[in-house]
Design a protein around this ligand. Structure first.
Ligand SMILES: NC(=O)c1ccc[n+]([C@@H]2O[C@H](COP(=O)([O-])OP(=O)(O)OC[C@H]3O[C@@H](n4cnc5c(N)ncnc54)[C@H](O)[C@@H]3O)[C@@H](O)[C@H]2O)c1
Length: 366
């Protein structure tokens, strides 16, 4: 603990889900001196033991309810895949414990709404681990727009095109009927919301290029934001580029007074009446970072720091459960638009979800 934080409360967390991505959470927690993961849970005891050993955590559970009743926790960090999220979040809410939940928050809007309601009723904070907007490069773009460096934006493009083999680390992604929009597009849509605000309507196309997977691996989405900005969100895991850029998100924004471009290798260029300003916004050098994941790993550290600040100050996380409902609604709207070949108004989808609590919306929109 450094001198600045000496005497500050140390928040005690329990992490559930010791799989592929959890190592990033756990490394990041070790870098935050006002937080400590004191217990781990995974239904798979081998993974649990191996993770406990790797991170020096001795209190291990194969059952999340047992961890919650035996440990005195300030928060739980749920790093499992989506099918288990509702059960685990509601369990934590009923135990009165603040909760972080990995993305995708839920497989249906009905489940997501139930989780937000459960945490509201219990009076506990809920944050979705929606980390992409926390990458230093994306934050730099957000600041430039906020500072008015290119005037009021009227057009944007947020683009993620790659042929990186995500299936070797996350084999379940090849089997999911929904793939790129639910897994990756969700991040890119969230960045579009972060930069240009909430969305009034969208239209989308999706397709599958890789015959070895079950879901779609290409999506192109045209969004009309409430701010008046038109943006294009495009993502692909079927794009064999000269330079493989995974996991970089490229951004173009045109504003009334200039243009902004975030290009390959984190080159940020801002052009306005004062001239052209260029800077490199590379991820932070973390001791535990591993190529090509550095930007993602930096964003994990940033979002987890933000969570601890929110717990300390009582403020709502930027990517709270409530906020993430809007990103998840964009995912649903994308699938609905692509399937029915029509423009989808977000308000109609939100109203439909409010009226119909049976969960049939998700059945309709799949
Ligand atoms: N934000 C990002 O950049 C990013 C990147 C990769 C993965 N993810 C997300 O992280 C989540 C986890 O992905 P992963 O690839 O690590 O998955 P994984 O399958 O490798 O690991 C999940 C672990 O959770 C355990 N688990 C599942 N249900 C459980 C339950 N009810 N109780 C206890 N343990 C349970 C499993 O045994 C497994 O070990 C996913 O939702 C994925 O979308 C996010």
């Amino acid at each position: 603990m450094n001198a600045k934080n000496a005497g500050a409360k140390r928040f005690r967390g329990g992490l559930t889900g010791c799989g592929f991505f959890s190592r990033n959470h756990l490394h990041a927690w070790q870098d935050i001196d006002t937080a400590e993961i004191v217990a781990l849970c995974d239904a798979d005891s081998e993974r649990l033991q191996a993770t406990g050993q790797a991170f020096g955590i001795e209190r291990l559970y194969t059952d999340a309810a047992a961890m919650l009743s035996a440990e005195k926790l300030d928060f739980v960090d749920i790093a499992t895949t989506a099918p288990s999220h509702r059960l685990l979040v509601e369990m934590a809410a009923h135990a009165g414990v603040a909760t972080i939940c990995q993305k995708p928050f839920a497989l249906t809007l009905a489940d997501a709404r139930a989780m937000v309601a459960a945490c509201d009723q219990a009076g506990v904070p809920l944050m979705v681990h929606e980390n992409f907007r926390w990458q230093p490069a994306i934050q730099a773009v957000g600041r430039a727009l906020q500072d008015g460096l290119i005037g009021a934006p009227f057009w944007g493009r947020v683009s993620f095109r790659s042929a990186f083999d995500v299936f070797s680390g996350q084999p379940y992604l090849a089997r999911n009927e929904r793939f790129i929009v639910e897994d990756l597009g969700i991040h890119v849509l969230d960045i579009a919301r972060f930069l240009f605000g909430d969305v009034e309507r969208l239209s989308a196309t999706t397709s599958r290029v890789n015959p070895a997977i079950a879901g779609e691996d290409v999506a192109t989405i045209l969004l009309t934001h409430e701010s008046g900005v038109t943006s294009v969100v495009d993502c692909s895991y079927a794009s064999r580029r000269v330079q493989e850029l995974f996991p970089q998100t490229l951004i173009e924004v045109d504003g009334a007074d200039g243009t902004l471009r975030l290009s390959a290798d984190y080159q940020l260029e801002i052009h306005n009446r004062d001239g052209t300003h260029r800077q490199t916004v590379t991820p932070p050098p973390l001791a535990w970072a591993s190529a090509p994941w550095e930007a993602i790993q930096g964003s994990v550290l940033n979002i987890q720091r933000h969570w601890i600040e929110c717990l300390r100050n009582g403020c709502e996380p930027a990517t709270s459960g409530r906020d993430n409902l809007k990103t998840l609604t964009l995912v649903e709207a994308t699938y609905l638009s692509a399937r029915e070949g029509r423009t989808v108004t977000l308000k109609s989808l939100e109203e439909e979800a409010t009226v119909d609590t049976s969960g049939s919306l998700s059945a309709v929109s799949r």
